[in-house]
Every structure is written in structure tokens, then in C-alpha cells.
Design a binder for this molecule. Structure first.
Ligand code: NAD
Ligand code: UFG
Length: 362
């Protein structure tokens, strides 16, 4: 059945991949995004790749009135809420901006949903709510102990969702705790496009592979892991997108929470090596000291989502990194490469650089 789904933050990295999957499933997609960390190009590409019309509203969710107008214009049946600020370091430096944006946006959204009798919500939480875990792999009922303001906004929003669902049994809410999303759409037409210097490992490694940066700084090789570097549960963004469709299909009254990960870890050195293999490019690196707030290992126990959502992330690390490279090699400067006159700091793309993965479209 065709439904109208509001995707907040739908121009962003995970939201754009999810919007494609929703439109391909036949849903009508309405995107609200203020483009604070994304490009209008991504919205155009969603329509092009899904061969569907996508309604786009450039609106800040902090502006409750403007958000209300969007609800007034569409018969929305459910919401996937991606919009928010997500840089850990920035959240430490500017906590008030993070609390303001992430919390007020969500409160406005929940108020508008209630006022318009929309009760179905899927929310982007994060493995960051577990902080430094006591137990590996991490189950959903592990201790919640975020270590930075960004993580605390995620936990506060989870608590707000649990409270509204407890107060009114019409709510059906799914909180999805993502582990480390990487990869890109197999077309190479959309992908992760961080502003400035990437904070996260895979975008950084890709920018080194494409010649935009000299070398990767490895944050410590003295962790208690097999090769001494940090281990994370990387998940392909298309698998993650499909997890949202599964969550929508399996919404139940109340508020439930699911880890979305693969359950398999990869170290920093494995990411570097695999990227060298899929790109055919050397990735120079230097080992420096540990980054503040880092942990040795983060690994999901995804069995609850596997069972209850009938969903599994099965794309391999090779496919994840081949797809990241496919996107990066075709767009050394991200979406800016498609804007004539936009400043660039990368060499011209290598015509041999783009090795598309054998993965079928989602
Ligand atoms: P992203 O920055 O690419 O996407 C977020 C989108 O929200 C952007 O397009 C941005 O412009 C928009 N936005 C921000 N503030 C807004 C506001 N006030 N009003 C309207 N739009 C606004 O990030 P992403 O990686 O796609 O992450 C999506 C969600 O998943 C975020 O909530 C993030 O915290 C969460 N998450 C991300 C990761 C990750 O590693 N990428 C991991 C766990 C959780
Ligand atoms: N790393 C490096 N060099 C870099 C960047 C990262 O060695 O330039 C290492 C880190 O020390 C860590 C691993 O690579 O061992 C992964 O680091 P990321 O920054 O890519 O990912 P994190 O797991 O640290 O954090 C990310 C998001 C958080 C989110 C968390 C869980 O940034 O917001 O995943 O979803 F909470």
C-alpha cells in the first residue's frame, strides 16, 4: 500500500539512501531538511535513482510553525526522523547548540505528529548511547552511558520517546541504534559527503585514496584488540536503509529499540588494507596517540533486529568499501563536483578510479 512518509534529514547521508529505498517500495516520500549538512543535489539524485517524484521542503525543524505547514500539506502516515547534528567533537565544544537543535527539533516533531494524529515513528539513535560497553557484543539492554553531549542528546530523545509512548498507547515507535554506517549507493550517484575534514575513519581513508589528503592518522595501535587498532561494527548504508523499512513494517504499539549492525568487527588496519585492495591505491598512514573519548571495540548484538524485524545486514566489508570508493572516485569533492564553479581542492577524477561493486541495487 502506498503511504506518505515524512523523512526528516532526508537530504543527508543515511536519509537519502533510505528515501530511495522507500520510493522504490512505492511510497510517497516527503523530505524536510534545512541543508545544514547536506546538498540539494542529493534530493535531486533520490528522485532520479528511484524514478519517483520527491517532495522537498527546506525547513529547519526548530521552526515549529514551518514544520506545521509541512504537516498541513501532506497526508503523512509515518515519520523517519534522521535530522540532527552528529559531530561528537563539535558537540563537546558547542553543547548548547547540540541540545537546542537535537532536542527542540524532536519535541517539535512529536508535537506536530500528535496534533496531526500521526503515531508511527522510526528514530535514528546511535551505538554512542552505550559509551564504553561493559559487554561485547552489545545487547540492547546493556548499560546506557554516553560520554559526550551528542550521545546524551540521543539518550534524552530515546527517553522522550519512551515517555510519550507510555502516556498514549496510540504511539508506535522504533528506536534504531546504528553502529558504524559506511558505503554508498551502488550507482555511485549518492554517498557520504562530509563538510571539512572528515571526523570518521572511512570518509578520511577514501579522501586519502583519491589524493585529497596525504595520509591517515591512526589513533593508537596499543588498544586491547587483535592488531592493536580500534575495532568497529561497520554496516553498509544500504543495509541500514533496509533496516528502516523493516522497522516501519514491524512497528508495534509502544516504544521498542533495536541495534542495527552486522555483529562483525573490523580494525583500522583492516579498513586501510581492504581499501587498498578495492581501490588499487596505496593508503599511507602514521600511528599517532589515542583520540580522546575513543574506545577499543564496539560491536553490535543484532539478534533482536534479525529476529523481530526479519532483517539482516549481509553486505561484506569488501562491498562496503568498494561502494564507498565508487562514490568517492566519481566525486572526489562530493556533491560539489556537480556544481559548476564550486571550489575544489582535489585533483581531477581518475577515469580508471571508479570500480563499481557487483552489488545489485536495493
Ligand atoms: P547527515 O548529517 O548526513 O544527515 C542529517 C541531516 O539532517 C542533514 O541533511 C542535515 O542538513 C539535516 N539537519 C540537521 N539539523 C536539522 C534541522 N534542525 N532541521 C532540518 N534538518 C536538519 O547525517 P547522517 O550520517 O545521515 O545521520 C542521520 C542520523 O543518524 C543523525 O540523527 C545521526 O545522529 C544518526 N546517526 C548517524 C551515525 C553515523 O555514523 N553516520 C551513527 C549513528 C547515528
Ligand atoms: N580512527 C582513526 N583515524 C581517523 C578516524 C578514526 O584511527 O582519522 C579510528 C578511531 O580511533 C576508531 C575507528 O577509527 O577506532 C572508527 O572511528 P570513527 O570516528 O569512524 O567512528 P566511531 O566509532 O569513533 O564513532 C562513530 C560516530 C559516532 C557514533 C559511533 C557509533 O562518529 O557519532 O560511530 O555509531 F556514535
Amino acid at each position: 500500500m502506498q503511504e506518505t512518509i515524512l523523512v526528516t534529514g532526508g537530504a543527508g547521508y543515511i536519509g537519502s539512501h533510505t528515501a530511495i529505498a522507500l520510493a522504490e517500495r512505492g511510497h510517497r516520500v516527503v523530505i524536510v531538511d534545512n541543508l545544514a549538512n547536506s546538498s540539494r543535489r542529493a534530493v535531486e539524485r533520490i528522485g532520479e535513482l528511484a524514478r519517483a517524484e520527491v517532495d522537498f521542503h527546506e525547513v529547519d525543524l526548530v521552526d515549529n510553525e514551518a514544520l506545521g505547514e509541512v504537516f498541513g500539506q501532506h497526508a503523512i502516515s509515518s515519520v523517519i526522523h534522521f535530522a540532527g547534528l552528529k559531530a561528537v567533537g563539535e558537540s563537546v565544544a558547542e553543547p548548547l547548540g547540540y541540545y537546542r537543535t537535537n532536542l527542540i527539533s524532536t519535541i517539535n516533531l512529536l508535537e506536530q505528529m500528535e496534533a496531526n494524529h500521526v503515531w508511527d515513528l522510526v528514530f535514528s539513535s546511535s551505538a554512542t548511547v552505550y559509551g564504553d560497553p561493559d559487554l561485547l557484543p552489545i545487547p540492547e539492554d546493556a548499560k546506557l552511558q554516553p560520554t559526550n553531549p551528542y550521545g546524551r542528546t540521543k539518550l534524552m530523545i530515546e527517553d522522550i520517546c519512551r515517555d510519550v509512548a507510555a502516556a498514549d498507547d496510540r504511539w508506535r515507535i522504533s528506536l534504531l541504534r546504528y553502529f558504524n554506517p559506511v558505503g554508498a549507493h551502488p550507482s555511485g550517484r549518492i554517498g557520504e559527503d562530509p563538510r571539512g575534514i572528515p571526523n570518521n575513519l572511512v570518509p578520511y581513508v577514501m579522501q586519502v585514496a583519491v589524493g585529497r589528503r596525504d595520509q591517515v592518522q591512526v589513533y593508537g595501535d596499543d588498544w586491547n584488540t587483535a592488531d592493536g587498532t580500534g575495532v568497529r561494527d561497520y554496516i553498509h548504508v544500504v543495509d541500514l536503509a533496509m533496516g528502516h523499512l523493516a522497522a516501519l513494517d514491524h512497528l508495534e504499539p509502544g516504544c521498542d529499540v533495536f541495534n542495527l549492525g552486522t555483529g562483525t568487527g573490523a580494525s583500522v588496519f583492516e579498513i586501510i588494507k581492504t581499501t587498498e585492495n578495492v581501490s588499487g591505491r596505496p593508503i599511507p598512514f602514521e600511528v599517532i596517540g589515542r583520540r580522546d573519548g575513543d574506545i577499543a571495540t564496539s560491536l553490535a548484538d543484532p539478534s533482536k533486529a534479525n529476529r523481530n524485524l526479519e532483517w539482516r545486514a549481509d553486505r561484506s566489508l569488501d562491498v562496503m568499501l568498494a561502494d564507498s570508493w565508487n562514490w568517492q572516485s566519481k566525486h572526489p569533492n562530493g556533491f560539489a563536483d556537480d556544481d559548476p564553479g564550486a571550489p575544489t581542492d582535489a585533483p581531477a577524477p581518475d577515469p580508471d578510479g571508479g570500480g563499481a561493486s557487483p552489488m545489485p541495487t536495493s
